[in-house]
Design a protein around this ligand. Structure first.
Ligand SMILES: O=C(O)CCC(=O)C(=O)O
Ligand SMILES: [Fe+2]
Length: 271
């Protein structure tokens, strides 16, 4: 199969990333920056052309059989802090279960990789986030991935540990599997554990659920905004592609986490 042209994948009439000086792109940039500042989230609706969504979802669903299966509770932060009790929000465990297709398992010909490697998009996203430097991750395992969540699967409450992750929803489940978050809940200098505890106790009141349609690219600054994906209900899987970037070049994830993911690959692919 011939690799697709980027214009066959992304709706470039609506989002002309290759024309950064065009009025359309300048206005998109202004809207996006203000949304990120206000809400920590900006959604580019109809980013992927509608006819591409199902083939891209199917490609990831086929790879799910080879994917790593994460299935153990996790805390909302990178490492536990022994200064706090086990049930304090700092150390409290949250269910986490999903399949994750790893970067090296995604073909170089995949439309997802075409999107990820298309430099005009990277340039736009870096400027949107207000960063002077902005690079795709070099992580062989986690630069470009896809999370696939079946019935009962969920991504527990957490803050992201890297600069930014962008997500592209490829398939929505019948019910559940909703992304929920509390914008700007903590700051660089104040963890606000009471606020974290309150959101976890009453997300219906204190978290927001942005509308997320398939084909939307969601730019989300998750380092200061607590978030989760609620448990999926029903047979249809929730499928999301995740694009990872960093302000520093050559970013890879910590080896301990990679080894944990590798230990959870199905036996036939883990060698
Ligand atoms: O699946 C999503 O929409 C978000 C996943 C997420 O928060 C993450 O991978 O850090
Ligand atoms: Fe996250």
């Amino acid at each position: 199969m011939q690799p697709l042209d980027i214009g066959q994948i992304i709706d470039l009439e609506r989002y002309p990333f290759h024309e950064p000086e065009s009025p359309r792109l300048k206005s998109l940039m202004a809207r996006g920056r203000s949304a990120l500042e206000r809400e920590a989230l900006f959604s580019l609706e109809g980013f992927v052309r509608p006819e591409m969504i199902a083939p891209m979802a199917q490609e990831m669903e086929r790879l799910a059989a080879k994917a790593t299966r994460y299935d153990s509770p996790r805390i909302a932060y990178l490492d536990p802090d022994p200064a706090f009790a086990d049930d304090h929000p700092r150390n409290q465990l949250h269910s986490c279960a999903y399949h994750q297709v790893l970067n090296y398992q995604i073909s170089n010909a995949s439309p997802l990789r075409r999107i990820y490697y298309w430099q005009p998009l990277t340039d736009f996203l870096g400027k949107l986030c207000g960063y002077d430097s902005f690079y795709r991750s070099d992580c062989p395992h986690l630069a470009l991935t896809s999370k696939i969540a079946g019935d009962g699967d969920t991504d527990g409450w957490h803050f992201d540990t890297n600069d930014v992750v962008f997500s592209l929803l490829l398939q929505a489940p019948e019910a559940g599997g909703e992304f929920e978050y509390a914008p700007h809940l903590r700051s660089e200098t104040d963890e606000r554990y009471d606020a974290v505890e309150a959101v976890i106790a009453d997300p219906d009141r204190l978290a927001v659920r942005p509308p997320m349609a398939v084909g939307n690219l969601t730019v989300f600054k998750g380092d200061l905004s607590l978030h989760r994906v609620t448990p999926v209900r029903g047979a249809r899987k929730r499928i999301v592609a995740l694009f990872c970037y960093d302000r520093a070049p050559g970013m890879t994830f910590v080896q301990g986490y990679i080894e944990e993911l590798q230990s959870r690959l199905p036996a036939s692919t883990s060698s």
